[in-house]
Write a protein that binds this ligand. Structure first.
Ligand SMILES: CC(C)(COP(=O)(O)OP(=O)(O)OC[C@H]1O[C@@H](n2cnc3c(N)ncnc32)[C@H](O)[C@@H]1OP(=O)(O)O)[C@@H](O)C(=O)NCCC(=O)NCCS
Length: 197
């Protein structure tokens, strides 16, 4: 990472932090809240078509009600969603970034998805959020994290590479699958089973 253009202030580690950007804007890193739904829809409208295409792999005009409902209500022990938001209560705070980890049923593998909007991109926040997802995956005793990335998404491919993800053949033409394999210790597996119940 060439530039880290923010300062971190732990609030309730590891998932709650106050982040102060180099231009003094403040953000709160926290798990998503059901009350974030309307602000997620508003935030989506501010994204560029290219950001939307890179994240969802096809053009989209808006987020469906069903999708927003699922995103704001992660399945306990299976899904984890972190946001970077304005330091206001959920429901009032605009959301600048969303990072999601979703465990595939019947496996110890999870899929990641991330979007850091152009308003706050290029400061190292994507790297920070991806590290948090990796931390979460390790705590849950997962064996690997994977993501499907458009082959022209150099930003995400570089970011994944920095974290040690390796490229696999994609599920379809135009997509590259990146995967990070995690070493799993028996005691972590035990803790993860307890967490899930
Ligand atoms: C990809 C994305 C998450 C990067 O977030 P970010 O906060 O800007 O990334 P960071 O500032 O943490 O950069 C980390 C690394 O990512 C890579 N990167 C980021 N922006 C880049 C760019 N424009 N070109 C090439 N590499 C880039 C670099 O490796 C960078 O490290 P470096 O500064 O040492 O070169 C963000 O651009 C984004 O959300 N894009 C749209 C949605 C998307 O592509 N999601 C991923 C698919 S799931």
């Amino acid at each position: 990472m060439k530039h880290i253009l923010y300062k971190r202030h732990p609030i309730a580690p590891p998932w709650h932090e106050r982040i102060v950007l180099d231009d003094r804007r403040e953000l709160l890193m926290r798990p998503i809240d059901p009350a974030d739904a309307p602000c997620l829809r508003e935030g989506f409208a501010l994204l560029t078509p290219d950001e939307v295409r890179m994240r969802y792999q096809h053009p989209m005009k808006s987020l469906s009600e069903d999708y927003v409902q699922r995103l704001t209500h992660p399945r306990k022990g299976r899904e984890f969603v972190l946001v970077l938001a304005e330091p206001l209560p959920p429901g009032e705070a605009l959301i600048g970034a969303v990072a999601r980890l979703s465990q595939t049923d019947g496996s110890r593998d999870a899929e990641f998805a991330i979007l850091v909007s152009h308003f706050i991109a290029g400061r190292g926040l994507g790297l920070l959020l991806m590290k948090k997802l990796v931390q979460r995956a390790r705590r849950c005793g997962l064996e690997s994290i994977r993501g499907d990335v458009l082959e022209d998404n150099t930003a995400m491919l570089h970011l994944a590479e920095q974290l040690g993800f390796v490229r696999e053949s994609g599920p379809e033409a135009g997509l590259v699958r990146v995967r990070l394999t995690l070493a799993v210790r028996e005691e972590t597996l035990h803790q993860a089973r307890e967490l899930a119940h």
